[in-house]
Design a protein around this ligand. Structure first.
Ligand code: KG4
Ligand code: ZN
Length: 361
């Protein structure tokens, strides 16, 4: 990518917003090159609870951040003193987890006398498609953005790396959360999204007619709680009085479970297709959208990718989807996003000596 990039050199990215401790080093002197991309997942810690336990997550970040940073500098073959900036995901996320990454990033930036660049985690997901792309991002703006992860599901108008306007968002669960809950109901492990995708391969997507929330006629918001409830009833039956269910997933055949998984995925894709198409048709920006840009954990799903590509091709737009290795949480997207953002005032002051000022949060 050769477009305007305010920050050059060797940028360290730090990501600790949820349950991945990640450090990456990206060389942005010419086309960005990811020199190191190290991710310590915590899936094994949270699996017994079928969801992320915030307190466990922040404690694990404390233990894993320094080894992850060491692994990243070793992988990149650089010293800390070679770094030119530290980019850190500072929002949104679990507060304890955010604090660990932010404290480490501030300490490093201050000690090394280099700028600290705060990065919005969801915006970084959105632009992850550009981490290893040669074309400048400006060639695709304005773009329709779609972020679909475990914590967020929203559609955006992207006018620039830091100019992102929300057009619509889920009014209840994120789609990744719905994938995970549906997977738990089907007796799969954690995180359930990729396991549900695998199970869906053997199922009939038309076996169950699960709901797609349309909301108001023109609404670009999404909703997945009804879909989750429909899967609950399909797996466990309609509850009797007092909320007692007649069965659980152990009473279902493998084929019955695969059919539910495939039908869930079809409804999820139907919702994305509906809202993305509406967003294009209702576009109110001065210039027409030039691309659909998508990222976040659920964008790793092949059926979801095919759905977005289908909508894009119907509207003659390119679909720029994050490569699957940059869909789930990683720090390469944080470092890359850091290269695109203007430095905050105080951080800019740190870029030239004297460098002994404390940065803003
Ligand atoms: O972006 P991400 O790593 O974390 C958040 O920012 O939330 O997304 C994690 C979510 C989880 O809910 C996970 O089950 C889902 O992304 N996910 C998938 C797939 N891979 C990850 N969902 C469906 N199909 C997949 N292949
Ligand atoms: Zn994420």
């Amino acid at each position: 990518m050769t477009g305007e990039r305010p920050n050059r050199g060797l940028i360290l990215g730090i990501e600790t917003t949820c349950d991945e401790t990640a450090c990456a080093i990206v060389d942005v002197d010419a086309s960005p090159r990811v020199l190191a991309n190290v991710i310590a997942t915590q899936h094994e810690l949270h699996a017994p609870y079928a969801g992320v336990v915030p307190e466990l997550a922040s404690r694990a970040h404390v233990e894993r951040l320094v080894p992850t940073l060491r692994a990243a500098t070793a992988q990149a073959g650089v010293d800390l003193s070679d770094l030119t900036a530290v980019a850190v995901a500072d929002r949104p996320g679990l507060i304890g987890s955010l604090l660990v990454g932010l404290t480490a990033a501030k300490s490093l930036a201050w000690t090394l006398g280099i700028p600290l660049i705060p990065v919005n985690h969801v915006h970084a997901h959105l632009l992850a498609a550009f981490v290893e792309r040669d074309e400048p991002i400006e060639n695709f703006l304005p773009a329709i953005g779609l972020a679909v992860s475990g914590g967020h599901t929203a559609i955006y108008e992207i006018a620039g790396p830091a100019i992102v306007r929300t057009l619509g968002a889920t009014i209840d669960d994120a789609l990744g959360e719905a994938f995970d809950k549906a997977a738990t109901l089907l007796g799969l492990g954690h995180p359930g999204g990729p396991l549900l995708e695998q199970l869906a391969e053997d199922g009939d997507p038309r076996s169950h007619k699960f709901p797609i929330a349309r909301l108001d006629k023109a609404s670009l918001d999404l909703s997945f709680s009804g879909l989750k409830t429909a899967v609950l009833y399909a797996v466990r039956g309609i509850p009797a009085r007092g909320g007692v269910f007649e069965r659980d997933h152990t009473s279902l055949t493998e084929q019955a479970k695969a059919d539910i998984a495939a039908s869930f995925q079809r409804a999820a894709c139907g919702a994305i297709k509906l809202k993305l198409s509406r967003a294009i048709e209702q576009w109110g920006g001065a210039d027409s959208p030039r691309a659909i840009v998508a990222g976040g954990g659920v964008i790793a799903n092949r059926a979801v990718r095919a759905t977005i590509e289908g909508v894009a091709s119907k509207h003659n737009l390119p679909a720029l989807l994050a490569p699957s290795h940059y869909c789930t949480d990683n720090a390469a997207m944080i470092a890359f996003m850091g290269s695109l953002l203007p430095l905050p005032e105080q951080a800019a002051a740190m870029a030239s000596p004297p460098r002994a000022t404390v940065d803003r949060v």
